[in-house]
Each structure stands twice: as structure tokens, then as C-alpha cells.
Design a protein around this ligand. Structure first.
Ligand SMILES: [Ca+2]
Ligand SMILES: [Ca+2]
Ligand SMILES: [Ca+2]
Length: 457
């Protein structure tokens, strides 16, 4: 393995909060950045922290590192993924992504002045403004400001989806190419069934030509907003992780979930569903499952599913949690797997850097070994001195890549393996649009956290 910088984007200022997403710019590849030189914050009552918040900026670069435009958003835009999701997406079919994001020209918690704004991907010019729905106005802070923008296709037509709410009432609106409202779906807090997840995979799971949005443990049709399938009608909590994956031998799809809230008598905390419905396996009786992934690390490219559990530790100042379990399962059977990496599994981000079909791991921040690259057995093989922004199939270079903020804290680079070559498993993964397409949805929700979304399919 020979790690090299494939692309470099100089954002020209110290970086704190950074999200990015792949953008198509006609015959050029582009990259959207949403960033500030301060931290990000969360609308949760026990988490919202205004110290050091700085203005948020948007910029689009071409793959060669040329900045096409940048703009500083109004002071009412709070830095944080839930306040300001952004998605590059081509709704008008000219091959160039427009940029859709939630702007706010009023005070930070304003509803009156919050809007969905559309920018020309090449120039940043505003080409459309729509009032952002005030659906969650009467809810408490944590429920008020959880906004998502996602996108996908229904029989080849682009559909943009705007969403409000994660844990209680949930509102979704579908928009057609010219931003005509296509559908509207409301899932009330007391309606049965699961809440949303912090991540939003989009793919055509059942192969009928219409993408489904994984809204927690249920599928929403992008065509008309109806519930295609509810994997867990008896569950009313939310899942931190909901990741679709392929059984490479049979081509069958599965959905791996780790549940955060809604502990219910008689139900487990980790589930793998068959894509067509039904439980493949379940595990862990109690607890708040906080993160998870799937990684091809067993012989024959078999996948291991990781789940991490934590619990709240009361103190006088914060919302602190302690990890009390890291579990590894055979992703297809749920059988426990012996895996002893050099770094605890929840700090590892699976990424197939060399394209051989097995995942390597990047060690995330807050660890002595941060920046280490581990092989599939969990042994250190290389090191990248970057703070990871996201992982996945970001360029045409073989294998998957890591995007990180460099040591200078001002530039973002995409790192890949110079010797990478795509093997049979990578080629199988490419057949689903998921691998590339989800890289457009990395600046919404927690899709960019670790490798939770990127390790799917
Ligand atoms: Ca366009
Ligand atoms: Ca479908
Ligand atoms: Ca590999």
C-alpha cells in the first residue's frame, strides 16, 4: 500500500466544522464544502453549545483544486449538521448539480426566515428560494431543529426530499425536478413504528426502479412518499445505524441496525433484517447501541458487523457516556466473532483502500493511534496524519478513499492507495449506485460519521 494525496482543496482558513459532498459539474467532477473555523453544535438541550461558533461558509471546487466560488452564510445559520444540511443534486437534468441547503436570514432559531435555497453549482448564484416548513415550531429544541435534505430517483426522475424531525413527529416532503411539491408524508409521534435514524441511506432496495429512503427502520418511496416496508412496526425508538449490505455470494441485500432509543421488553438492540422484510438475526438484550459498521474481514470476504454500546454517566456538567461493550458478529448469521484489533472497534472506520475487497481501517480521532491504518486483522500497516472528514468512493481512483483535514488545518485532501486495483468485490459493489451516490448525501445528517454509510453495500 502506498498512500498518496489524490486531490487537495485549499479552503484558505483554519478549519473546525467541515462537511463535504461530491458534486457533478457537467464534464468536470466537483466537491461541495460546508465549513467554518469554529466547532459544530447540536440542537439537543443537553448538547447545544454556542461557545466559539463561527459563520458557516459554502464553497464548490473542481477536482483539480480550483475554487469556483464561496459564500459566507448569514449569522443566523448555526454551524452543525442538523441546522444546515446541504446536498448537490441535478434536478433540472443539465448534468450540473445545483446546491440545495437550509439557509436562515433571521435570528439563529428563526422559523420565519428559514428557507430551502438553491444555488447554481458553478457560480453559487441563488436560483430559487422556498420557505422551510415550520412543522416543528411547537416542539422542544432538540426536536425542532433536526433537518435533513436527501435525494434520489423515481423511474429516472430526480426527487429531492426535505425532512424535519427525528425522534417525535416526523415530516417529509418530496419535490420534483422544477421544485413542484410531489408528495408530503407525516409520521406522528404517537403513530406506531420506528423513528428516524441519524443517517439516511437511499437506494432502490427492491429493484422496482424507485429509490427508497431508509427512514430509520422503515422504507419511504421517493416516488410518492408511501411506506414501502416497515421492518419493525412494534418498535418506536430510533436507530443510530441503519446500513444496507450485500451478501456477495447470493446477491441478497440485508439491513444492519443498531438501536439507540426505545428499549422495549421482548426486543433486542441489534437487528439484521432481510431486505424483503423479516429478521435475519438479532442480538444484545439491553442498552444504548451508539455506533456500528460492517466490514469485509473474514476469509472469503465475509462481513463482520460491529456494534458499540454505551451508557449515560450522570455528572454535574454534561451529557457524558461511557462505553460498556463492543460486539462483533458474523453479519449474515449473527454468530459472535473473535476479533481483537489494536484499537477498539468503534474507533475504526472500515475503508477498502487497495480495492482488494477486504476492508482496511482508519483509526478515528481521540485515540493514541489516531491516523493509523490497520489491515483487516486490526494490525497497523500505515499512518495518515489527517483528521477524517469522510470515507468512501470519492474519486475514480481504484478502491475507496479517505478525506481529511491536513496538518495545516486549512486544506482538505483526499488520500488513496497509489497501488490500488479494483477486484471482483469492488466491481460487484459498483453495480449498485449506492457506493457513488451516497457520497452526494455526506453533508446531511450523520452520513459522514465514521464509515457507517460508506461501508454499506
Ligand atoms: Ca442542473
Ligand atoms: Ca424500489
Ligand atoms: Ca482492502
Amino acid at each position: 500500500m502506498r498512500l498518496v494525496s489524490l486531490n487537495r482543496y485549499d479552503l484558505g482558513m483554519p478549519l473546525g466544522f467541515v462537511r463535504s459532498a461530491n458534486a457533478d459539474l457537467g464534464n468536470r467532477k466537483g466537491m461541495l464544502f460546508l465549513y467554518s473555523d469554529g466547532p459544530a453544535t447540536d440542537p439537543g438541550e443537553e448538547l447545544f453549545d454556542y461557545r466559539g461558533l463561527k459563520p458557516v461558509r459554502l464553497a464548490v471546487f473542481t477536482a483539480d483544486g480550483t475554487r469556483l466560488w464561496e459564500k459566507t452564510l448569514p449569522w443566523g445559520v448555526i454551524a452543525g449538521p442538523w441546522f444546515v444540511p446541504a446536498v448537490p443534486f441535478d434536478m433540472d437534468g443539465d448534468g450540473i448539480d445545483e446546491i440545495y441547503y437550509v439557509n436562515n436570514t433571521g435570528a439563529p432559531f428563526s422559523f420565519m426566515h428559514r428557507k430551502l435555497e438553491r444555488l447554481d453549482g458553478l457560480t453559487g448564484e441563488v436560483t430559487g428560494v422556498w420557505h422551510w416548513p415550520e412543522n416543528t415550531f411547537n416542539e422542544r429544541l432538540s426536536l425542532c431543529y433536526r433537518f435533513y435534505i436527501v435525494a434520489g430517483y423515481a423511474h429516472g426522475e430526480p426527487v429531492l426530499v426535505t425532512c424535519q424531525g427525528t425522534y417525535g413527529n416526523m415530516y417529509l416532503q418530496g419535490w420534483s425536478g422544477g421544485m413542484e411539491k410531489r408528495w408530503e408524508t407525516v409520521i406522528a409521534a404517537d403513530d406506531p413504528g420506528p423513528r428516524a435514524s441519524h443517517m439516511t441511506p437511499v437506494l432502490d432496495v427492491n429493484g422496482d426502479g424507485v429509490d427508497e429512503l431508509f427512514w430509520g427502520e422503515r422504507l419511504i418511496s421517493l416516488d410518492d412518499g408511501h411506506e414501502v416496508l416497515n421492518y419493525a412496526p412494534e418498535y418506536n425508538g430510533h436507530s443510530d445505524v441503519i446500513t444496507p449490505f450485500l451478501d456477495y455470494e447470493t446477491g441478497k441485500k440485508y439491513i444492519y441496525t443498531c438501536r439507540e432509543g426505545g428499549e422495549t421488553e421482548g426486543q433486542k438492540r441489534v437487528y439484521t433484517f432481510r431486505a424483503e422484510g423479516g429478521v435475519a438475526w438479532s442480538a444484545v438484550d439491553h442498552g444504548h447501541m451508539h455506533t456500528g459498521w460492517g466490514a469485509n474481514i473474514l476469509p472469503g470476504f465475509r462481513k463482520v458487523a460491529m456494534a458499540m454500546r454505551e451508557h449515560f454517566v450522570p455528572d454535574d456538567t454534561g451529557f457524558n457516556h461511557e462505553v460498556d461493550g463492543v460486539f462483533y458478529f458474523d453479519a449474515l448469521t449473527g454468530e459472535p466473532v473473535e476479533f481483537h484489533p489494536a484499537v477498539r472497534g468503534d474507533k475504526l472506520y472500515p475503508v477498502d483502500l487497495n480495492g482488494d475487497g477486504y476492508h482496511e481501517f482508519f483509526v478515528g480521532e481521540g485515540e493514541e493511534r489516531s491516523g493509523d491504518i490497520l489491515d483487516r486483522e486490526g494490525k497497523p500497516v500505515d499512518h495518515l496524519p489527517v483528521g477524517c472528514i469522510r470515507i468512501g468512493k470519492m474519486t475514480d481512483h481504484p478502491g475507496e478513499q479517505i478525506m481529511g483535514v491536513g496538518k495545516d488545518r486549512r486544506s482538505v485532501e483526499i488520500w488513496g492507495d497509489a497501488d490500488a486495483a479494483d477486484g471482483a468485490i469492488m466491481k460487484m459493489r459498483y453495480r449498485e449506485p449506492y457506493l457513488h451516490f451516497m457520497q452526494k448525501l455526506m453533508a446531511t445528517g450523520y452520513n459522514s460519521v465514521g464509515s457507517q454509510a460508506a461501508c454499506g453495500m
